[in-house]
Design a protein around this ligand. Structure first.
Ligand code: GCO
Ligand code: MN
Ligand code: MN
Length: 396
């Protein structure tokens, strides 16, 4: 990539903490209508190439690395080779997860399956996958319930499904605690696909569930750009709520056009303004998590295109980060923001804050507002948005 792109402030380096799933760059382009278009890449090759490009680490599902039917000696051999590639490159595995959707066993869900044997097997598989993740150094463990849903509403009791999902998470928190694993769990919501409807369809639903768990302090969120956009939501707003609640444990960066299937496009290849406000949010708040890409190269690409995709995911993030810094330095934008801040002051008669007291409540009930003035003021958001747009389009 060095030849194609200059070495500059947008050049990714390990300290930027960019990570990729093995399943992302490793995606072979198979889709419901067509066969793979690229050969599978070995995990060792992925680690080596991503390290060359400046990534910090890779994340994985158990079966991205170890096939589901591997014997224990095959498993150990694979893990040994993988660890030596990590050692040689300095790459890390900050996050691990379980594939609870690929095998036909999970066709009607894992933790919410109607079949108790499937639910038990899902726990068994997850415990082994947690052991693997911890062995590789993972600190975050993601739960994406891809098959936890229905096409046929009559087939599952949705109230019971919540209880089953909670029971599984409680079990696995206890498993982590009893093994002294320093893992934090990150729940990932998605409204549909591969199921017609998936339970806990948005980050907000997930957040509400967390506070009903036995160990809410261990559990947070892994919001994904595409998944919230599929639900028609503003991603940065959802992420901000998670951040404010101390629950943003991980993030899946990608892009999506509205009203489509889960496209898993390269980060910021669509909706650059939404991506900008996301990067600005993470950077302005000095969020310490990994900048993880959960996206796929276009099906038109050969292996070169895969590495172009990976490099440019990181490069675009850094360009947007630079734009966010520029936004903070832009005099005209900052002057407009100061006029907004100036309105954030209560009339002297009301005091400094709107925190309840009986005295404030009674003063407030008697206070007479200049309502016409409030009605008539223009807020200058047209100007603010145009300046933001010009900044993003590179003319500021
Ligand atoms: C998807 C999901 C997955 C998960 C991954 C890790 O829509 O396919 O986003 O990529 O993020 O399984 O849990
Ligand atoms: Mn994801
Ligand atoms: Mn996805």
């Amino acid at each position: 990539m060095a030849k194609k792109y200059p070495t500059d402030k947008y050049t990714p380096r390990p300290e930027h903490h960019f990570t990729f799933g093995l399943w992302t760059v490793g995606n072979t382009g198979r889709d419901p209508f067509g066969a793979p278009v690229r050969a599978a890449l070995s995990p060792v090759r992925i680690v080596e190439r991503l390290a060359d490009l400046g990534a910090y680490g890779v994340n994985l599902h158990d079966n991205d690395l170890v096939p589901i039917d591997a014997t224990s000696s095959e498993r150990n051999q694979i893990v040994r080779e993988f660890k030596s590639a990590l050692r040689a490159t300095g790459m890390k595995v900050p996050m691990a997860t379980t594939n609870l959707f690929g095998d036909p066993i999970f066709k009607d869900g894992a933790f919410t399956s109607n079949d108790a044997r499937v639910r038990a097997f899902a726990l068994q598989k997850t415990m082994h996958a947690m052991d693997l993740g911890v062995e590789l150094g993972a600190k975050t463990y993601v739960f994406w319930g891809g098959r936890e849903g229905t096409e046929v509403n009559a087939s599952k009791n949705p109230v019971e499904a919540m209880k089953r999902f909670r029971e599984a998470l409680n079990f696995l928190c206890e498993y982590a605690i009893s093994n002294r694993y320093k893992l934090r769990f990150a729940l990932e919501a998605k409204p549909n696909e591969p199921r017609g409807d998936i339970f806990l369809p948005t980050s907000g639903h997930m957040l509400a569930l967390i506070y009903t768990l036995d160990h809410p302090e261990m559990v947070g969120l892994n919001p994904e750009v595409a998944h919230e956009q599929m639900a028609g939501l503003d991603f940065a707003h959802g992420v901000a709520q998670a951040l404010e609640a101390g629950k943003l444990f991980h993030i899946d960066l990608n892009a999506q056009k509205p009203g489509r299937f889960d496209q898993d496009l390269r980060f910021a290849s669509e909706d650059q303004k939404g991506a900008f406000f996301l990067v600005k949010l993470l950077e302005d708040n000095a969020w310490e998590g990994m900048r993880h890409f959960d996206s796929h190269p276009y099906r038109t690409e050969d292996e070169d295109g895969v590495w172009e995709f990976a490099y440019c995911s990181m490069r675009t993030y850094l360009i947007l980060k630079d734009r966010a810094a520029r936004f903070s330095r832009d005099r005209e934008i900052q002057a407009l923001l100061r006029t907004i801040a100036k309105r954030d002051v209560l009339p002297a008669a009301l005091g400094k804050s709107l925190k309840f007291s009986r005295a404030l409540a009674s003063r407030l009930k008697d206070y007479s507002f200049d309502l016409d003035r409030l009605r008539e003021q223009g807020l200058k958001y047209e100007r603010l948005d145009q300046l933001t747009t010009e900044l993003l389009l590179g003319v500021r």
